[in-house]
Write a protein that binds this ligand. Structure first.
Ligand SMILES: Nc1ncnc2c1ncn2[C@@H]1O[C@H](COP(=O)(O)OP(=O)(O)O)[C@@H](O)[C@H]1O
Ligand SMILES: NC(=O)OP(=O)(O)O
Length: 319
């Protein structure tokens, strides 16, 4: 039985239709895939992104902001998305497990991720959140939201960006480890966890969105996971992504992938955090990490899909 941390992208939950019913349907499809790990006998720890959801929630908050009913700050919005997405995932997983005749509890743990107050990321926003805007919408968006910073997101349009400090500690990791040992499936560190700064004995929320790939890697290390699997909207990691000579990788060694990271070859805010989080896990544990498509879970379990990053010095194998 392997202990597997699976990280899901916020874009895998929300595509075009941002209604609760559409997102719940997407989560149901995701749960159908995830149950394959449990059927395979693995211990599953689920973590998910919240980029689209927390950005949309901020827009709703600011649209209804009044002195009597003020908009909630970003850290609280992050916690709210942990609750809403956790609720959808808990029920979807429960349904799929019951269909497979498996009696297992699934719980959401509101998770706080401790970050450094002086993390340079606070001066250099990089995390895309909320909807995508076309180039022609940019002028209107900038005049409606003069304080926003925007960035082009991996060829898919422009998005608001916010600071994304690196996780130092996961405050609830011992509880997560205990729950896993008890055979429960936990949904943890949604949206990378609520970013908090340790001040004396207090955890103080801060305005940021942590990359769930980094917090997934951190949690996977803290609970001694056998594997970290990052599920997203592409089949794997490409060299020269989007170019005519793009190569999709089946297997790559730590050293070679690090050279490509150091050469700035991966897109910031999308593939770069995934390859960095995966290499961090592989380097610190010696265990493999996989980056692959959500729809390919069965093939990923069989070792036939995704890009596997291993702690060996090999020449990359293309798909
Ligand atoms: N080198 C690359 N290899 C594969 N995908 C890449 C690469 N560079 C950028 N991407 C883009 O990164 C996207 C995945 O990142 P993102 O959408 O942020 O993930 P998620 O929301 O699932 O966490 C892919 O859909 C692809 O468009
Ligand atoms: N918080 C976070 O990493 O969200 P996405 O995966 O949706 O970008």
């Amino acid at each position: 039985m392997a202990k597997i941390v699976v990280a899901l992208g916020g874009n895998a939950i929300l595509s075009k239709d941002a209604s609760a019913s559409a997102q719940m349907n997407a989560v149901k499809k995701t749960a159908k895939e995830l149950v394959n790990f449990i059927k395979n006998g693995d211990q599953l720890i689920i973590t998910h992104g919240n980029g689209p959801q927390v950005g949309n929630l901020l827009l709703q908050q600011s649209a209804a902001d009044t002195p009597d009913n003020p908009a909630m700050p970003l850290d609280t919005c992050g916690a709210m998305t942990q609750g809403s997405l956790g609720y959808w995932f808990q029920n979807a997983m429960r349904e799929e497990l019951l269909k497979s005749g498996i009696d297992k509890d699934v719980i959401t743990i509101i998770t706080q991720t401790i970050v450094a107050e002086n993390d340079p990321a606070f001066q250099n926003p990089s995390k895309p959140i909320g909807p995508f805007y076309t180039e022609s919408e940019l002028a209107d968006i900038k005049s409606a939201h003069p304080n926003w910073q925007l960035m082009e997101d991996a060829g898919r349009g422009y998005r608001r960006i916010v600071p994304s400090p690196r996780p130092l500690e996961i405050n609830e990791y011992r509880a997560i480890r205990q729950v896993v040992d008890d055979g429960i499936v936990p949904i943890v560190s949604g949206g990378g966890g609520v970013p908090v700064i340790k001040k004396d004995n207090k955890l103080v929320g801060t305005e940021a969105v942590i990359d769930k790939d980094f917090s997934a890697s951190k949690i996977a290390q803290l609970i001694n996971a056998d594997k970290l699997i990052i599920l997203t909207s592409v089949g794997g990691v490409f060299y020269n992504y989007g170019k005519p000579d793009a190569i999709e990788l089946k297997k790559v060694g730590l050293d070679e992938l690090q050279q490509h990271i150091d050469a700035d070859e991966f897109a910031k805010g999308s593939m770069l955090p995934k390859v960095e989080a995966a290499t961090d896990f592989v380097r610190n544990t010696g265990n493999p990490a996989v980056i692959g498509a959500l729809e390919a879970v069965k093939d990923i379990i069989a070792g036939e899909e995704g890009t596997t990053i291993i702690n060996e010095n090999i020449v990359a194998v293309a798909k």
